[in-house]
Design a protein around this ligand. Structure first.
Ligand SMILES: [Zn+2]
Length: 272
């Protein structure tokens, strides 16, 4: 066991408490978060979840924040994101753009009524670039979703880098690339976040050791990927503590230092 002495909160950098999966127990999960000193960022994947995330953030100030975005696997849901960014009722509760990026893992074409893979990839690229541009225009960090496409994503990011912007602001969610790829994202200004997978897959240890703690986050991706002690169950942001514990173990640092550093990391870009 470990003793928590710091007053700073645990940060779950990427969760989806606004999803219907939490219709029954959302209030009790948020109540638990307050008790456990856990705060979180609700990540949008389409218009419905982006709007719902904003509402939740507004109802739970200081506990929840939100991003608005269009996930690469939901291109049929293209919506006017700028509308939300310009709306004074909403924009103060929006702390980032995404999740956005490329996902070559699950595109078969079938689910998109589009048998032409190249077309699907082009469209993913198009909606990704539009979100990169928005993040630069509105000076908001990007929440990247990248699967089986790290090289292609890095190319797009480099191509769309503006000379007047010193570096990107953003995070690569659920990182599962190589150490070299991690280094390239770090060079562009991104942080890297790890999920509960690191609690049951040993092969992440080198990566966790490699990424500087000042450029790292923990995330649950709730309701998905519960950590070891809760495997098979619906995940929720309270379980982020188990990921902190694992990171502290791998990096051989006191968990209270991990809490303090991740909270500072979050304050730099995500939490106003
Ligand atoms: Zn997600």
């Amino acid at each position: 066991m470990y003793e928590i002495t710091t007053k700073n909160p645990f940060v779950d950098l990427h969760c989806h408490l606004q999803f219907d999966n939490f219709a029954e127990d959302r209030d009790s999960v948020i109540g638990e978060m307050k008790k456990n000193n856990v705060i979180g960022i609700n990540v949008g994947v389409d218009e419905k979840s982006s709007r719902a995330g904003i509402v939740l953030a507004q109802e739970n100030k200081g506990v929840l924040w939100s991003t608005i975005g269009l996930h690469p696997l939901y291109p049929e849901g293209v919506f006017d994101m700028e509308n939300l960014l310009k709306d004074e009722k909403f924009n103060s509760s929006i702390s980032g753009i995404g999740e956005c990026g490329l996902d070559y893992f699950r595109i078969t074409g079938d689910n998109l009524n589009e048998p032409d893979l190249d077309k699907v990839k082009d469209f993913q690229k198009e909606i990704f670039i539009s979100q990169i541009k928005m993040s630069i225009t509105y000076d908001l960090p990007l929440m990247l979703h990248v699967r089986d496409s790290y090289r292609e994503t890095l190319e797009i990011l480099k191509e769309n880098f503006k000379s007047d912007v010193k570096e990107y602001r953003g995070n690569v969610h659920f990182f599962a690339g190589t150490i070299d790829e991690a280094q390239e994202f770090l060079n562009l200004g991104f942080s890297i976040s790890f999920t509960g997978v690191i609690t049951f897959v040993e092969s992440y240890a080198d990566l966790v050791r490699f990424v500087p703690i000042e450029r790292m986050f923990a995330e649950t991706d709730s309701p998905y990927v519960a950590p070891k002690s809760f495997r098979g169950q619906k995940n929720n942001p309270n379980h982020v503590r188990e990921i902190y514990k694992k990171i502290a173990e791998i990096k051989e640092i006191d968990i209270n230092d991990v809490i303090d550093i991740f909270y500072n990391n979050a304050k730099k870009h995500w939490i106003k």
